[in-house]
Design a protein around this ligand. Structure first.
Ligand SMILES: Nc1ncnc2c1ncn2[C@@H]1O[C@H](COP(=O)(O)OP(=O)(O)OP(=O)(O)O)[C@@H](O)[C@H]1O
Ligand SMILES: [Mg+2]
Length: 401
């Protein structure tokens, strides 16, 4: 439970305590250590259970609750104090902060706000220490042209990340018209992105998670709508909340965008922490990469997070060298994934991810290492180019195309 926050809650009001508990229980990174219905007992509860976070609801008796905050901030130094109230009165917020509260959350509580507050606490708690970064990493996968391998990478990267028990990974298929992430995973989902986006205001984290389809690799999938015409029902505003909720419960969120770079795709790219722009080493792809990068430059934050991933490296049909590609796009190639026609056809036809179908294949290893690099476990600068050379040294034996 290295990354889990242990929480103790006090709220004399049963109804709001239950709401608070269910919000917290929906978060993967939370362990509810203790709950208490009386302010006067809470200091003892904290003393005995030593939680990372004390969650104090103020509304039953704000003066008494703030005394408790002040007392705990002196006696329980390792316990981060969060308070919640239905009032957003500035004076109350100021008193809470002066008493020692780290965060003030206004009710009704929103799961994503609670999650964000807890992530801030977790960051401070782990601050400066090496280890797994806290919070959710959102990785958008975009392709420089159709059929470039974006979905193959999105699905298999998701499975590679999910193979680590510490990760909770969700994949959103944002190719609303023709997305096929469900085919890659051979799943028949019960709910789609449209169902979730339309009901997002009513969903809590538990319901959201139930709406996703869990693959036996551990990856959760939120697929594209069934009906073509339902695509227009997914709006950026709803998407913002869907992403917010997913971020609150998963450590990694992968978004497979469509090739139309429409408003929703751009929204997802802007929401992402990393954008993998998948290309192949041929002229049409390179031309599109240059065009896309030029248009991304208008948004500095987007431009900085784009990483170029060359797919099907070693397939010589494109006739553009890596060096030339790098010069053309004016930035380094972040990763190269080798060409393996035979394995990829099997993977797609069987609906089984690489990690299960061909765990030892170089392409599987490469995507696994990409996952590590994105998690900061591997120095890609050393590896991106050297790895592909070592794969290519035995490549002719595997290549089927
Ligand atoms: N590294 C690879 N080596 C060989 N074949 C690959 C590789 N990556 C993907 N493919 C094949 O390329 C084809 C297209 O892949 P995929 O559907 O992932 O691309 P895409 O960019 O998502 O396409 P679309 O534009 O339809 O969304 C598939 O048949 C897949 O098996
Ligand atoms: Mg695709």
């Amino acid at each position: 439970m290295g990354n889990v926050l242990r929480i103790a809650v006090v709220d004399p009001k049963d109804a709001s305590r239950e709401t608070l508990k269910s919000t917290l229980l929906g978060l993967e990174t939370v362990w509810l250590e203790a709950e208490c219905s009386r302010y006067e007992f809470f200091a003892d509860v904290v003393g005995q259970t030593q939680p990372d976070v004390g969650f104090i609801a103020l509304d039953s008796n704000p003066d008494r609750a703030l005394e408790l905050v002040a007392e705990l901030s002196k006696t329980a130094h390792d316990c981060n104090l969060l308070v919640t109230s239905s009032s957003s009165d500035g004076n109350l917020i100021l008193r809470a902060m002066r008493a020692g509260a780290k965060e003030f959350l206004t009710q009704p509580l929103k799961a994503e706000e609670v999650a964000a507050a807890l992530q801030r606490v977790a960051r401070q708690r782990h601050g400066g220490k090496p280890g797994k970064p806290q919070g959710c990493s959102v990785i958008a996968i975009a392709g420089a042209t159709g059929g470039v391998g974006a979905t193959s990478i999105a699905v298999n990267l998701g499975c590679a990340l999910a193979a680590d028990d510490e990760n909770q990974v969700a994949l959103v298929d944002l190719d609303l018209a023709l997305g096929d992430a469900d085919v890659f995973l051979d799943t028949i989902p019960e709910y789609t992105l449209t169902d979730v986006a339309q009901n997002v205001a009513r969903l809590d984290l538990t319901l959201l998670k139930r709406s996703l389809t869990k693959h036996d690799s551990g990856l959760y999938l939120l697929p594209r709508p069934v009906q073509l015409e339902d695509a227009r029902l997914v709006l950026p505003d709803d998407m913002l909340r869907v992403i917010g909720l997913l971020k609150a419960t998963f450590t990694h969120l992968i978004i497979d965008t469509s090739k139309s770079f429409d408003a929703l795709d751009m929204f997802a790219l802007n929401q992402a922490d990393e954008v993998l722009l998948v290309t192949q080493l041929d002229l049409p792809c390179m031309r599109n990469v240059v065009r896309l990068l030029m248009s991304f430059k208008d948004t500095a934050a987007l431009d900085q997070k784009v990483k170029i991933v060359v797919n099907r490296a070693g397939d010589d049909t494109g006739q553009i060298s890596l060096k030339k590609a790098q010069e053309t796009v004016g930035r380094e190639i972040f990763w190269q994934i080798p060409n393996d026609y035979r394995v990829m056809v099997e993977v797609r036809n069987n609906g089984v991810p690489l990690i299960q179908q061909a765990p030892k294949a170089a392409i599987t290893q490469s995507i696994g290492q990409l996952a590590d690099a994105l998690c900061g476990k591997l120095d890609h600068q050393q590896d991106a180019s050297s790895k592909v050379l070592s794969w290519l040294s035995f490549w002719p034996a595997r290549s089927g195309a």
